[in-house]
Ligand binder design. Structure first.
Ligand code: MLT
Length: 262
């Protein structure tokens, strides 16, 4: 199985993912929020790039008597006029249960929509569900693209760490003894150099992933905005078994995928 990694949404635009599996990471915070909302009973998440379009989608769902929440951020801040921002801690079971969630964010929703238009199957990855995602990728058994959203076109440490944790779990499943004696190749996985780099990031931070957020640009920004609790939540490794997937043919608006529990 070939494992490739794209460091930013921009790099994904050039990618040919035909037929394979893609896993999208925006660890701080979009994909962590999507995993949390679906784990807490959300019916589905519609990801939209443009805020005005997000308002239109939410109005359309409400017009069809579908219970819906509208959420979004820019620059880490809640979008003015939106009832919800992008903090995973907002989407408790009593808030999101049985409802659709329409979400727009700076980088994560764009990466998701890019991948949805290109890959056969698109999964949503984070630190919360890294092991569950690795299990699903191995079950699907196809070549996999790890698609990191990045931050404004720049490499982001936390997204690569999320991807690296999935590679680490895949290697451990393929060759449990690997960690102690051989090279990644021995696991039978054909890792790109970016995937090997992400794997070693995971080895560096696996005992304390939260520390990576102290070292990352966006982690430090969210901390400076008083969002330390979000960082603690997004760092809780392998605490969730939910593997969100872009639902087949469920688009409400062309180009805006609906993400559901697999
Ligand atoms: C993004 O899409 O860039 C992030 O999710 C932003 C954030 O939530 O801070």
């Amino acid at each position: 199985m070939r494992v490739t990694l794209y460091p930013t949404a921009e790099s994904l635009e050039q990618a040919v993912l035909a037929g394979g599996t893609a896993v999208v990471f925006d660890v701080l915070r979009a994909t962590s929020t999507i995993v949390t909302a679906l784990a807490h009973g959300c019916r589905g998440v519609v990801t939209v790039v443009d805020p005005a379009e997000a308002q239109e989608v939410a109005a359309r769902l409400a017009g069809e008597n579908i219970p819906v929440l509208l959420a979004g951020e820019r620059g880490g801040e809640k979008i003015p006029g939106f009832p919800h921002g992008n903090s995973p801690l907002e989407f408790r079971p009593e808030v999101v249960g049985g409802r659709m969630l329409v979400l727009t964010t700076s980088n994560g929703t764009r990466a998701l929509n890019l991948a949805a238009g290109r890959a056969g199957t698109v999964l949503v990855g984070s630190l919360l569900n890294a092991r569950a995602v690795a299990r699903e990728v191995c079950r699907l058994g196809r070549d996999v693209t790890l698609a990191c959203a990045g931050t404004q076109g720049e490499f982001s440490l936390e997204d690569a760490l999320g991807a690296g944790m999935v590679v680490l779990e895949m290697v451990k499943m393929a060759d449990p003894g690997w960690l102690y004696c051989s090279t990644p190749g021995a696991s039978g996985l054909d890792l790109s150099d970016f995937a090997v780099a992400a794997l070693h990031l995971a080895l560096a931070y696996k005992d304390n992933p939260r520390r990576a957020f102290d070292h990352s640009l966006h982690g430090r920004k969210l901390f400076s905005m008083g969002l330390a609790a979000d960082l603690d939540w997004c760092a809780s490794l392998n605490t969730c078994e939910v593997v969100p997937v872009v639902g087949e043919g469920k688009e409400i608006i062309p180009g805006c995928p609906v993400i559901v529990r697999s």
